[in-house]
Design a protein around this ligand. Sequence first.
Ligand code: M6R
Length: 359
Amino acid sequence: DKGPYPYYMLKEIDEQPNVMRKLAALYTQESGKPNIDTNLINALSEADRIYIVGAGTSYHAGLVGKKLFEKLAHVPTEVHIASEFAYDDPLLSEKPFFIFLSQSGETADSREVLVNVNANDYKSLTITNVENSTLFREATYTMLLHAGPEISVASTKAYTAQIAVEAILAKALGEAKEQTIAEDFDIRQQLGLVATGMQAIIDEKDMIEGLAKKYFVPAPRAFYIGRGIDQTVSLESALKLKEISYVQAEGFASGELKHGTIALIEEGTPVIGIITQRKTANLTRSNLQETMSRGASTFTIVRRELALDGDTIVIPDVDEMITPLLSVVPAQLIAYFTSLNKGLDVDRPRNLAKSVTVE
Ligand code: M6R
């Protein structure tokens, strides 16, 4: 039931702060220590490499997961698009561990990989929102997203829930491997900050709708740019805009624009820079400037510590490792309001199904 909401997507965006609180309560203890199946952590600890597999938004959540597992647990991690990995001849490490990310647990491309994984007796974990789904049943271990049903075709709360679960898991694995950075990372407290921060962004809806109406509704194309973890969010942000607003959008590594793609910038092309990392903030700002001098209408989604006068959307401070949990929210809202103001069916965009059960 949508309750007072015109579309499920807006309801699901609004539910994100509560999902964060719920995951913190379920998967961490009051002391801040993760509360995760020890058999799973032991199996993961034996792996020399983690392979994350997913499609669409779940793949994008995997890209964030790679950074978390490598930083907090020091385990090399690869992320693969399920439909590609299934028919590649991957050269695997000696002790691989597979993590399947899937909101529905029914994505055929991911299942095809899992069938091969099981045929080779490798260990796996499915992180899904749907208990007893196919990927849930067929993996060695499972963790639930506890996000509640996600009805809108555009995935929102499943993405942030997947990242939160990956962060808790990466901390647990890092602690098992006695990594100081993992021991010092207070994920429980961080998820509390994330919940409050998400709410603060959601409270800025009207401002974001104004931007969507003025700049994104008339735009045939748009760009999200960023570096590192911000680049992964740019991919997810662009996917949202494409699938429900039918704006041809690209997520791009900001430093790579000048190597060709900047040719597409015209007068008024919206370019949004995502800036949450100290190390690369100035670089992305100058890449954004390069597009502005070629006529782009530029916007920023900036973490407060790095904000300057004139920044468009300032998001609250959280640990740099988990900024996607906040930086994606304005992008979800931009896509929602662009679609809404174009008079499109936000929840049921053309040509798409909620879960893709054919390869
Ligand atoms: O159910 P899954 O997470 O496995 O679905 C994967 C993709 O089909 C899904 O994320 C899709 O890209 C969404 N429509 C994106 O909003």
